[in-house]
Design a protein around this ligand. Sequence first.
Ligand SMILES: *Cc1c(COP(=O)(O)O)cnc(C)c1O
Length: 398
Amino acid sequence: MNGNDAIAARARAVLTPNYRQAPVALVKGEGSRVWDADGKEYLDLICGIAVNALGHCHPAVVRALEEQGRTLWHVSNLFYTPRAVELAEELTRDSFARRVFFCNSGAEANEAMLKLVRKYHADAGHPERCEIVACVNSFHGRTLFALTATGQEKYHHGFEPLVPGVRHVPFGDLAALAQAVGPRTAAFVVEPIQAEAGVLPPPVGYLAAAKKLVHAAGALFCLDEVQTGMGRTCRLWAHEWEGVTPDVMSSAKAIANGFPMGAMLATEEVGNHLTPGSHASTFGGTALASAVALATLREIRAVLPRAAQVAGRLRAGLAAIPGGRVVGVRGRGMLLGVLVRGVKAGDVVNVARERGLLVNAIGDDVVRIAPALVLTDAEADRGISLLAEAIAAAPAAP
Ligand SMILES: *Cc1c(COP(=O)(O)O)cnc(C)c1O
């Protein structure tokens, strides 16, 4: 009794019911392929929702995990570890960032970022500069401050009261942003591409103009690169496409290819305000996570040029799916939203899974594709044809 159905039944008996899980238990992965408890193989084009950037069980990452696992796991941040230092050096190389804080998830990285911007202004004698401006339909995670910054009310219900001092403006609307920022604003927080809103890129020039506007008002400019960063858009950070750098940025998801880790990166001026004792994380930047992340980062840098080629092929193939049910493809690099019409994205995802393809739905209209950066041409072609079949076979919906 260890097949998909048995594991699903046991899961429902012991786990909190907060996830809507597919009736599939995955037991093994290699590259862009995973296998379920009944031995069925899938092409994984969602990769842990943009987490396994190097695919499953990448040899260089496995080697780093095994070597560090035999050497040193964790010693607490009462001491330095060389791995964390090396990783921070690698992350800040060719970057706006000069200071790094390590944690364990995207929500924690955002929590650190939101706390830091308040502390920055408080230290400068302006504790009244405590307000956060974020975007409607944004997603920043589930801890209370990150959740409050998340501009989707459905995630707030039942958890009020939220953190005071957070307001939301429509994504892409500079006039609304200009109205919202003022002498009480600590920072504007925005995703370079609103992933959970349906893989929504900003209007051309929006981020650069937003940074200018926010700085002119004396506030900080923060980017949530939890999903878009670490090579997802075929540049290391999505903000590189926009010619704009943040004061503070969060990263997580792909940073250690599936080993839990998050990071907050900041300029020297801002980052130095996390003074001794002001913020901490027991597991943050532990030797094991840092070693895995270091191997991941080096490998991601190496595969980016090739990934950009495969991403181009993938995007063109998805956009050319016949039958009239695909009305557009948006996003960047290996973070793509396929816009569907006449079918429900959720139905497409279910039919695709039955046919051996893993993708994910955002709302009724968008199928998200976030493959491994090591996807091959052949795998891209197979993904396109499996998705085309699933879209054609999904029941018609008004
Ligand atoms: C996933 C995600 C988060 C939250 O990350 P967790 O690791 O789940 O806490 C925050 N922001 C964005 C943009 C994300 O995609």
